[in-house]
Design a binder for this molecule. Structure first.
Ligand code: SF4
Length: 227
């Protein structure tokens, strides 16, 4: 394993940012809309989520109080384009119940909780796992929480930074133990890793030659194996 330093992680970041430019995540008109998008984006593409969000906007359902007034059947119909719509309706309902109990549907009221307590509470909501909870904390509430996902794991494993079966917490600690606690940096870093994962670091036949992370000091393990 290479020695992983703050500087080597920042080199990765700069290499991606210089090539790809800012990601401007998360595109939404309110923190609640971000949270809804985070829940809907599980197991689907962003394009499908956008269609579901557009339906919700068209019916003026992008506030917790308004969304809570509709039946499950109506909610299912609006979010159908995002796939797994029955399960996601249950998850949205559980999230709305959480908001209601927490602060009477006042999403911004979540601000009063410290990040560790809020994260623990979110993780108790049905359908919210670590990646979803951390995405809500970072992208909806601006908390300095590093989000990791399958793309992060693949890229870091291929560069020899973590084992293939790395767990969520271990992967997250790779970044949070070394990087300054900065929500803006964490926001952009995760977004860039997702873009690299989607466009270059594919599951099969990654496109290392054209990838922004190629040739930047960390040896791509995949290229070594492939030679
Ligand atoms: S250089 Fe290759 S292994 Fe590294 S992130 Fe890019 S595609 Fe993946």
């Amino acid at each position: 394993m290479p020695r992983i330093t703050t500087e080597s992680l920042l080199q990765m970041y700069r290499a991606m940012l210089e090539t790809l430019g800012p990601s401007r995540w998360w595109p939404a008109q309110s923190p609640f809309e971000v949270a809804v998008g985070v829940i809907l984006t599980q197991n689907t593409t962003w394009g499908n989520v956008e269609k579901a969000i557009a339906n919700l906007r068209e019916h003026d359902l992008l506030t917790p109080g308004r969304m809570a007034t509709v039946t499950d059947e109506e909610l299912e119909r609006h979010i159908q384009p995002s796939g797994f719509y029955r399960q996601k309706t249950r998850n949205l309902r559980a999230f709305l119940n959480f908001l209601d109990e927490a602060d009477g549907f006042d999403f911004i009221g979540l601000e009063r909780w410290e990040t560790p307590e809020l994260r623990d509470r979110l993780l108790k909501v049905k359908g919210i796992g670590p990646e979803t909870a951390d995405s809500i904390l970072l992208y909806a509430l601006g908390r300095p929480v590093f989000v990791v996902d399958a793309y992060t794991a693949r890229i870091c494993h291929r560069h020899g930074l973590v084992p293939e079966d790395v767990g969520y917490d271990e992967l997250q600690a790779l970044f949070t133990d070394r990087l300054p606690e900065d929500a803006v940096l964490f926001n952009e870093y995760h977004a860039l890793l997702v873009r690299v994962g989607k466009d270059w670091c594919r599951k099969k036949k990654p496109l290392c030659a054209a990838c922004p992370l190629n040739g930047m000091g960390l040896e791509p393990a995949w290229s070594v194996l492939d030679r």
